[in-house]
Design a protein around this ligand. Structure first.
Ligand code: ZN
Length: 142
């Protein structure tokens, strides 16, 4: 369980609520609430403020939520739990600018930072790019 999940669960227990209740109070979909808890999507400042108001959080709880939130954002940026958003963008940025159709290149991994572990190949048929890191096993097909 992530730290953010723990603290949000504690708040719900105190209010005798389930995840759907909290999502409703924050005005977001259940799925987004779930992604936030799993550190796939960030709990942004607007939602953090809504949470504080909706549950009248005291300073200690607010500090706990904010720390867990900041830590979650770091994890999202590092691509720890997300293989679509930030991770894909980082891999995408690893594509050499001048890579021609039918060419491939070996580059450092922007996610796990392994040296020369990523193969970037551009198809000679349709120009689509295939990216694979042999170290962290992350893939991206453009
Ligand atoms: Zn990697």
């Amino acid at each position: 369980m992530t730290e953010l999940q723990k603290v949000l669960t504690d708040i719900r227990i105190q209010h005798d609520e389930v995840m759907g209740d909290m999502a409703k109070k924050l005005g977001i979909l259940h799925g987004l609430m779930s992604d936030i808890q799993l550190e796939r999507k960030p709990l942004d400042d607007t939602l953090l403020h809504k949470l504080q108001v909706a549950y009248n959080l005291d300073d200690a709880t607010m500090k706990r939520v904010t720390e867990a939130r900041d830590n979650a954002i770091d994890n999202i940026r590092d691509g720890e739990n997300d293989d679509t958003g930030f991770t894909a963008l980082k891999l995408f940025n690893a594509i050499p600018e001048n890579l021609k159709w039918g060419e491939s290149a070996i580059v450092d991994c922007p996610i796990c930072h392994a040296s020369k572990s990523v193969t970037v190949a551009r198809s000679e048929f349709n120009g689509h790019v295939w990216i694979h890191c042999k170290d962290c096993k992350r893939n991206l097909i453009q």
